[in-house]
Design a protein around this ligand. Structure first.
Ligand SMILES: Nc1nc2c(c(=O)[nH]1)N[C@H]1C(S)=C(S)[C@@H](COP(=O)(O)OP(=O)(O)OC[C@H]3O[C@@H](n4cnc5c(=O)[nH]c(N)nc54)[C@H](O)[C@@H]3O)O[C@H]1N2
Ligand SMILES: Nc1nc2c(c(=O)[nH]1)N[C@H]1C(S)=C(S)[C@@H](COP(=O)(O)OP(=O)(O)OC[C@H]3O[C@@H](n4cnc5c(=O)[nH]c(N)nc54)[C@H](O)[C@@H]3O)O[C@H]1N2
Ligand code: SF4
Ligand SMILES: [Mo]
Length: 702
């Protein structure tokens, strides 16, 4: 029996697992002992990865849609040539930016890097990623505040903090191993605090739960900041030596009175005081935020308001502290820096000519074939298709027909495309319905590459199973199209995933994410490696768990962190007499994964999880409407769409709020086309609606 260590490619924890392989089959999966992230534990998703052996069809070939709508199976070479010719044809006919891509935070570093290279550099067009739906807010907030998209913490900080504040974050469901680290916290009397309008699974396990009104986090955070100032609960040395703009922030906060905070958030004076005291009394206070913050209409400022609290109280760079963003997908952190979408490889600006030239030389392409501006954001790509300016789209490892906000807009777009390439491991995903080309690639257990987890740790994916005939990886597929496009010299240095890794290593040299000291072979069977890890200075950076900002230096021009703030906005989608209910959305259970193509890979879960869309409703609201458990309702959203759901009744969701798991396509039928103005991330949790009870027959008809 052979033992192969690899990385789980579901969530951003990037647990390592030991796969035991016999006769080309995984017979046992054991979470890697001693791996600093998950040390012998994992959740059910990781333990189930071997199910990909049966869920993914072996030896599949590409398919091209014929004019009568049926599929023609073709060889890989023919598939590559078809897509390459069509991309060129569309560009010649409709202009360079008439083709676009949607990348992902779930592939390896090397895979989205080569996709960004082919599409953004060589074809000079737009590629955004599903990271826009998820981490764009954190990325922008970090860049503006810290000078670089560099979350500073290490998972160990969860064990060392005496006051842990989770804001719009439900790790009990979404990041079970991170929650495991919280459970290992041995600090006597440590407090767990949750800020969430819903009594989430994490709120149920917390010492304090602040059930603010939806979308009022920014007001709460400013109120708390103003109170900290009023009470003089500040770390003045840290503020003076390590931050910019505090005096302006102080002035700005004057109108954020306690009364205004109480009125707007729905929390009591007592609760806000209590929260302020908890922050003040904590010696090591850490703030953790996830999608309840990132997916909003004033999300970047909210994320920054969290970091502001950490700066004011000096809770930065020390064990158990920080204003910390929790990442979602297994390689979202990698895609933020290495997908060539919103920044040059390793975080540079497209407009920085010298940096562009440096990167171009390393990756082997002429400067005039380098992307020169950030990509159009996701929503502009979809709008472009609907308006007829974009005619070709290539998506990989993402399922936007389901996951995109107000997703009927994607359905309309897909039908307008002259070329729609879907590259996935399952041809049954909703996005493939209107595809004109389908590329079937191998799943994670059959390929090699690199992941970067939420604490900046590079982790190795290594092939666990051998490949069958015709089986190719995403990397090889994109390389194939690149060659068919005639990229020639521009791909010379990109022959394998390992070659690509070495290019990116070189590009990272001297940047904050410098991982020039990380060698491909050394990463195999390792503890992973957090960036930075510069070549030549390995000894200095040898610790297994490291945090940034211990020296109080940030990546801004003067080395100080910026206080950033802006007046709270009026909610662009307020509840009204017609739409009195907030439509909250998020993760359902530990075993359900996003658009559910992969839920079938998770043992027991598919059998147990509902086939039909459901949502949660407050008990009183159900009683008032004569709704019983699993009755069906039709929900009418203020975006103009409606959909039917089964109802699960609970006291954990407040009156006049519904909570819909994202794992059903109906959920995003009802979410709004509304975005944060800086990050362009969708306001997924801020829709409004009303509902009517329906009998089953009517629902079946609809
Ligand atoms: N099992 C499972 N795990 C996953 C995933 C999965 O699909 N399934 N997906 C992964 C990915 S990509 C991501 S990004 C993460 C997401 O991880 P999380 O962000 O933790 O998960 P969500 O359920 O989207 O949202 C978190 C909470 O935000 C709350 N919320 C809604 N509105 C507000 C508000 O106005 N203010 C505040 N403070 N809170 C609000 C919701 O009630 C919810 O409890 O999970 C990762 N892990
Ligand atoms: N309403 C609402 N909507 C949301 C959210 C929310 O909280 N509320 N959350 C948003 C967030 S945070 C995220 S991250 C997105 C996720 O949205 P998506 O990225 O669209 O969701 P997934 O189901 O993870 O899609 C990944 C796809 O990759 C495929 N796949 C798996 N392995 C491989 C591989 O090795 N190669 C290839 N080529 N394909 C592979 C899977 O079959 C699947 O089709 O959803 C967003 N949508
Ligand atoms: S899904 Fe996340 S927590 Fe679960 S095993 Fe995979 S990496 Fe670990
Ligand atoms: Mo995500």
């Amino acid at each position: 029996m052979e033992k192969i260590q690899s990385t789980c490619n579901f969530c951003a924890i990037d647990c390592n697992l030991d796969f035991y392989v016999e006769d080309g089959k995984i017979v046992k999966t054991v979470p890697t002992k001693g791996y600093p992230v998950n040390d012998g534990f994992s959740c059910i998703k990781g333990l189930s990865l071997s199910k990909q052996q049966t869920t993914v069809k072996p030896n599949s070939l590409p398919k091209i849609r014929k004019s009568d709508g049926s599929w023609e199976q073709v060889s890989w070479d023919k598939g590559f040539q078809y897509v390459a010719d069509k991309l060129k044809e569309l560009q010649a006919k409709y202009g360079t930016e008439s083709v676009a891509g949607i990348s992902t935070g779930q592939l390896t570093l090397e895979e989205f890097a080569i996709f960004g290279h082919v599409m953004r550099n060589y074809l000079q067009t737009n590629v955004d990623g599903n990271t826009r739906l998820c981490m764009a807010t954190a990325a922008v907030a970090h860049k503006q505040t810290l000078g670089y998209d560099a979350p500073g913490y290490t998972l160990k900080d969860l064990e060392l903090s005496d006051t842990l504040i989770f804001i719009g974050s439900n790790p009990v469901v979404a990041h079970p191993i991170l929650w495991g680290r919280v459970r290992q916290n041995q600090v006597p009397g440590h407090k767990i605090i949750v800020i969430d309008p819903r009594r989430s699974e994490t709120a149920m396990n917390a010492d304090y739960w602040y059930d603010l009104k939806p979308r009022t986090d920014l007001l709460l955070l400013y109120t708390v900041a103003a109170q900290l100032i009023e009470k003089d609960y500040l770390d003045k040395t840290f503020i003076r030596e390590h931050t910019n703009n505090f005096e302006e922030f102080k002035e700005f906060l004057k109108p954020y009175t306690l009364e205004r905070g109480v009125e707007g958030t729905g929390l009591s004076k007592y609760q806000i005081h209590e929260l302020v005291e908890l922050i003040h009394k904590g010696k090591r206070v850490s703030f953790w935020w996830t999608m309840g913050v990132n997916q909003g209409y004033e999300a970047v400022r909210t994320a920054q308001a969290i970091m502001n609290l950490a700066f004011m109280t000096g809770n930065v760079g020390k064990p158990g502290t920080g204003g910390n963003s929790i990442t979602g997908q297994c390689n979202a952190m990698g895609s933020r820096l290495f997908s060539n979408t919103t920044c040059l490889f390793a975080g540079g600006d497209f407009g920085d000519e010298a940096e562009r030239k440096r990167v171009a030389d390393i990756i082997g392409i002429d400067d005039d074939h380098m992307a020169k501006k950030p990509t159009l954001p996701y929503n502009k790509i979809i709008e472009g298709i609907n308006e007829g300016t974009i005619k070709g789209l290539w998506i990989l490892c993402t399922n936007p027909r389901h996951s995109w906000t107000n997703n009927e807009t994607f359905a309309t777009a897909a039908k307008k495309l002259e070329l729609f390439v879907v590259q996935d491991i399952y041809d049954t995903i909703e996005s493939a319905e209107d595809a004109t080309v389908y590329f079937p690639v191998v799943p994670g257990i059959k390929k090699a590459g690199t992941y970067i987890n939420l604490e900046r740790r590079l982790a190795p994916m290594r092939p666990v199973l051998p490949r069958g005939e015709n089986e190719i990886s995403d990397y090889e597929c994109i390389l194939g199209v690149g060659k068919a496009l005639g990229m020639g010299k521009a791909l010379e240095k990109w022959e394998t995933a390992q070659d690509c890794f070495n290019l990116l290593r070189e590009v990272s040299r001297g940047k904050p994410c410098d991982f020039s000291g990380v060698k491909w072979d050394e990463l195999t069977n390792s503890h992973g490696r957090q960036w930075p890890y510069p070549e030549g200075r390995e000894a200095e950076f040898s610790a297994d768990e490291r945090r940034l900002y211990e020296d109080g230096k940030f990546y801004t021009a003067n080395g100080k962190a910026n206080f950033l703030f802006e007046e709270v906005m009026d909610n662009p989608i307020p509840t009204t007499d017609k739409y009195p209910i907030v439509f909250n959305t998020g993760r359902g259970t530990v075993g359900q994964w996003h658009t559910q193509s992969r839920t079938k890979e998770v043992r027991f879960v598919e059998d147990a999880s509902s086939k039909n869309a459901y949502l949660y409703m407050n008990t009183k609201q159900a009683e008032e409407n004569d709704i019983k458990e699993m009755d069906r309702i039709r929900v009418y959203s203020s975006n103009g769409q409606d959909a039917a759901f089964h109802v699960k009744i609970t006291d954990n969701v407040p009156y006049n709020q519904l909570y819909a798991p994202i794992h059903y396509i109906e959920c995003n039928k009802l979410t709004p086309s509304n975005y944060d103005k800086y990050s362009r991330e969708p306001n997924y949790k801020g829709g409004t609606c009303y509902f009517v009870k329906e009998d089953d027959k009517e629902v079946e008809k609809a």
